[in-house]
Write a protein that binds this ligand. Structure first.
Ligand code: NAD
Length: 499
C-alpha cells in the first residue's frame, strides 16, 4: 500500500505524527493508500518555512511571478491526462469529467498569467495642492487553503494560483480523501519555477486545520467544503483576526416554465443532477416545474433518460456516465435519505438503491434516483444529499417556484428554463442566489468573472477567482504624498530678512 507524503520546501516529506487515514479506490472499495495527518508541529514547521520563502517571493516583480503561472499552465496542459487519471483514481469520477476538473482550474491559472494588470494600484494626481494619492496592493503573507474532496484539481488551483500570483505563500490542506492531485500540482509548480517553500501541501484533518486557524502567521483562510465546517472555520478564523472566505454546501433549484423546451430541460437536468454522481456544489438537486402539465411532461422525459444512465468505474472509459460516490459512509447516507423520502411520502419514480455492478460489488456505487411530489418538509428536500438523487417539487405558479428557491437556506446556484426573456430577467433580478443560469443548468462563471454563493453557501467577503481573488489575497495601502516646492524654483542666494 502506498504511503503518501506532504510536500514541503519543494520536496516530498513523510508524515511524522504517526497518524494516517486510508485513501480508497471508490470503485472497488479497496484501500489504495494511506495519507499522513499532520500534527501541530508539522504545521508550525511548514508555516515557518513558508514565511521565510514569502519575503523573497513578494519582492519578485509581478511579471516574473506571472511567468511562473505561464509555465505552470503549459505544464498542466502537458500533464492533463496524468492529472485527470489521479483525480479519477481517488475520486471515482469519469475521465472526461476529471479533465473538466483540471480544465476549470487551469482557466484560473490563465487569468493569473495576466495578474500584474490586476495588481496595479490606483493613483490620484493633484488630490490637493501638490498632493498625490496612490494605493498599492500588497500580499498578505502566508495564507491557508483548505479544500474539499469533490474537485481535487479545480479548487486547489482556484486557491493557489491567485494567492501565489499576488505574492503570498500558501499552505494548502487538500481533502484527505483525494490528496494526490494537489501534490502533483505542487511538483508542477516547482518545475515551473516557483521557489521552494512558497507552496506547501500539508495533508491532515481537523488537527491540522485548527492549527492553521490558530496560527498567528496565517493571515487569511480560503475554505471550500460543507456548510457546517465552512461556518465553523469562518468563525474561528475571524475570531483570530484573520481574513476568511468560506464557501459551503448547496441545494440548487432549477425552475422549468411551461414554455420551456422540455427535451432540453430534461437533458440539462440529467447532466446537472447526476453528473459526477451528484457530487458537485453546483449540481441541480431540485427540479421545480411550474404547472401540473409541465411536471408530467418533465417526468415523462426524465424517466427514460435516467434509466439509460450508465454507472461504473472510470476505467470503463466512455461507457460510463458517472462513477461511485466517495466513501461507504456516503453511499449509506444517500441510500438512507432515499429511504427517508419513501417513508415521508415522496413518490420514488426511479429507484437507485440496491445498485450492484458485477465485479465491483464492494464499490461505493449508488444508482440514480428520481423523486416526484417532494415537499419542503421532507429530509430529501432539506438535506444536501450530494449524491445521484433528483427531487421534483411541483409549483403552481412562477411566483411559488421563485419563493421556494428564495426560501431555501442555501444560495449557491440556480437555473430557469424558459422561452420568455421577461420571465428570465425577472428571475435573474429577484432571486437571492449567487450564480444564475438562464437555459443553462450549471452556471459556473468563467474564470475572469467570480464564483460564489449567497446565504448559507458562503461566509465572509468576496468571491473566488477573478478580480475578487486579487482583492482577497492582497491588502490595500494608500499613500498620500506632498512634495514641497524645492530645487526646481532655483537656489536662494540672497540673505533673506525675516518678515
Ligand atoms: P468537508 O466540509 O467535509 O471537508 C472540507 C475540508 O474541511 C477538508 O479539507 C476536510 O479535511 C476539512 N474538514 C472536515 N471536517 C473538519 C472539521 N471538523 N474541522 C476542520 N476541518 C475539517 O467537505 P467535503 O465532503 O470534502 O466536500 C463536499 C462539500 O463541499 C459539499 O457540501 C459541497 O457542496 C461543498 N462544496 C462547495 C463548493 C463551493 O464553492 N461552494 C465547491 C465544492 C464543494
Amino acid at each position: 500500500m502506498e504511503e503518501l507524503s506532504h510536500y514541503v520546501n519543494g520536496a516530498h516529506v513523510k508524515g511524522t505524527s504517526g497518524r494516517f487515514t486510508d485513501v480508497y479506490n471508490p470503485a472497488t472499495g479497496e484501500v489504495q493508500g494511506k495519507v499522513p495527518l499532520a500534527s501541530v508541529e508539522e504545521i508550525d514547521a511548514a508555516v515557518a518555512a513558508a514565511a521565510e520563502a514569502q519575503v523573497k517571493w513578494a519582492a519578485t516583480n509581478p511579471q516574473k511571478r506571472a511567468r511562473v503561472m505561464m509555465k505552470f499552465g503549459a505544464l498542466i496542459n502537458e500533464n492533463m491526462d496524468k492529472l485527470a487519471e489521479l483525480v479519477s483514481r481517488e475520486h471515482g469520477k469519469t475521465l472526461p469529467d476529471a479533465r473538466g476538473d483540471v480544465q476549470r482550474g487551469l482557466e484560473v491559472v490563465e487569468v493569473c498569467m495576466g495578474g500584474p494588470s490586476l495588481l496595479k494600484g490606483e493613483f490620484t494626481n493633484d488630490g490637493g495642492p501638490g498632493i498625490d494619492l496612490y494605493s498599492m496592493r500588497q500580499p498578505l503573507g502566508v495564507v491557508a487553503g483548505i479544500t474539499p474532496f469533490n474537485f481535487p484539481a479545480m479548487i486547489p488551483l482556484w486557491k493557489m494560483a491567485p494567492a501565489l500570483t499576488c505574492g503570498n505563500a500558501m499552505i494548502l490542506k487538500p481533502s484527505e480523501r483525494c490528496p494526490s492531485t494537489a501534490i502533483m500540482l505542487a511538483e508542477l509548480l516547482k518545475e515551473a519555477g516557483l521557489p521552494d517553500g512558497v507552496l506547501q501541501v500539508i495533508n491532515g484533518d481537523k488537527e491540522a486545520v485548527d492549527a492553521l486557524l490558530d496560527h498567528e502567521d496565517i493571515q487569511a483562510v480560503g475554505f471550500v467544503g460543507s456548510t457546517p465546517i465552512a461556518q465553523y472555520i469562518y468563525g474561528r478564523a475571524a475570531a483570530n483576526g484573520k481574513r476568511a472566505q468560506c464557501f459551503g454546501g448547496a441545494k440548487n433549484h432549477m425552475i422549468i416554465m411551461p414554455d420551456a423546451d422540455m427535451d432540453k430541460a430534461a437533458d440539462a437536468l440529467v447532466g446537472a443532477g447526476f453528473g459526477a454522481a451528484g457530487e458537485r456544489c453546483m449540481a441541480i438537486s431540485v427540479a421545480v416545474p411550474v404547472g401540473e402539465k409541465t411536471a408530467d411532461a418533465l417526468i415523462e422525459r426524465l424517466v427514460p433518460r435516467i434509466e439509460a444512465l450508465k454507472v461504473g468505474p472510470y476505467t470503463a472509459g466512455d461507457d460510463v456516465d458517472f462513477g461511485p460516490v466517495i466513501t461507504k459512509a456516503s453511499q449509506e447516507r444517500i441510500n438512507g435519505l432515499v429511504e427517508s423520502g419513501v417513508d415521508q411520502g415522496a413518490e420514488l419514480v426511479v429507484d437507485g438503491r440496491n445498485f450492484s455492478l458485477q465485479g465491483y460489488e464492494n464499490g461505493f456505487f449508488v444508482g440514480p434516483s428520481l423523486f416526484d411530489r417532494v415537499t419542503p418538509e421532507m429530509d430529501i428536500y432539506k438535506e444536501e444529499i450530494f449524491g445521484p438523487v433528483l427531487s421534483q417539487v411541483r409549483a403552481e405558479t412562477y411566483e411559488d417556484a421563485l419563493k421556494l428557491t428564495m426560501d431555501n437556506p442555501y444560495g449557491n446556484g440556480t437555473a430557469i428554463y424558459t422561452a420568455d426573456g421577461d420571465t428570465a430577467r425577472d428571475f435573474a433580478n429577484r432571486v437571492n442566489v449567487g450564480m444564475v443560469g438562464i437555459n443553462f443548468p450549471i452556471p459556473v462563471p468563467l474564470s475572469y468573472h467570480t464564483f460564489g454563493g449567497w446565504k448559507k453557501s458562503a461566509f465572509g467577503d468576496l468571491n473566488q477567482y477573478g478580480p475578487d481573488a486579487f482583492r482577497f489575497y492582497t491588502k490595500t495601502k494608500t499613500v498620500t504624498a506632498r512634495w514641497f516646492s524645492g530645487i526646481k524654483e532655483g537656489g536662494e542666494f540672497a540673505f533673506k530678512a525675516m518678515d
